[in-house]
Design a protein around this ligand. Structure first.
Ligand code: CUA
Length: 190
């Protein structure tokens, strides 16, 4: 039913019909593009292997395994790596004050007991979410000695803004002098 077959139609109406049809095509093209984007991104994500996922049982976190209280803090592993284990809970970190050496790679392993928490250490790139049931891990190096603040940066409830820890970066030799194999270091005042 093209306009050319209907000479009775005034010129302005024919123009309007043509314009409407054009815009209908544009709208359909936009919808088609959006659907195509959904399909392509969906397939792309489905085809990607998941990043490393490590789970932990929240119910037994305090009772056994890696995250029992006596195992939290900083350790010098038998292979010489520096490891920090911590947990987050409403509204504190355990331990509240963490010791790391200056200039050595430090691996953090952390999880949460109750809600999603997270932390960032001062102006460093140490930054992760802590999700109940999952172990977050990353390795970083602290280039300069000193104390850094470590706030929780995921909204975790009414006490969120008061949830802070501290990180003390000790000179490398001081750290190595104090670290004993099998012991857990922290700087929580006793
Ligand atoms: Cu923990 Cu916000």
């Amino acid at each position: 039913m093209s306009e050319t077959l209907r000479p009775a139609m005034p010129g302005s109406e024919a123009t309007a019909v043509a314009a409407e049809r054009r815009w209908a095509l544009v709208v359909m093209a936009i919808i088609g593009l959006l659907v195509l984007m959904m399909i392509v991104t969906g397939l792309h994500w489905a085809a990607m292997p998941p990043s490393r996922v490590e789970t932990v049982d929240v119910r037994t976190l305090h009772l056994r395994g890696e995250f029992v209280e006596s195992n939290l803090g900083t350790s010098l592993e038998p292979d010489g790596r520096v490891m920090v284990r911590l947990i987050a809970q409403q509204y504190s970190f355990e331990p509240q004050c963490i010791v790391v050496p200056e200039g050595l790679p430090v691996t953090f392993r952390g999880t949460a007991t109750d809600a999603i928490h997270g932390f960032i250490v001062g102006r460093t790139n140490a930054n992760t979410m802590l999700v109940p049931g999952f172990v977050a891990t990353f390795t970083t190096t602290f280039p300069s000695a000193g104390e850094q603040l470590m706030p929780c940066h995921e909204y975790c409830g009414t006490g969120h803004e008061a949830m802070w820890g501290r990180v003390q970066v000790w000179p490398r030799q001081q750290f190595l002098d104090r670290a004993r194999p099998g012991e857990r270091l922290n700087c929580v005042a006793r």
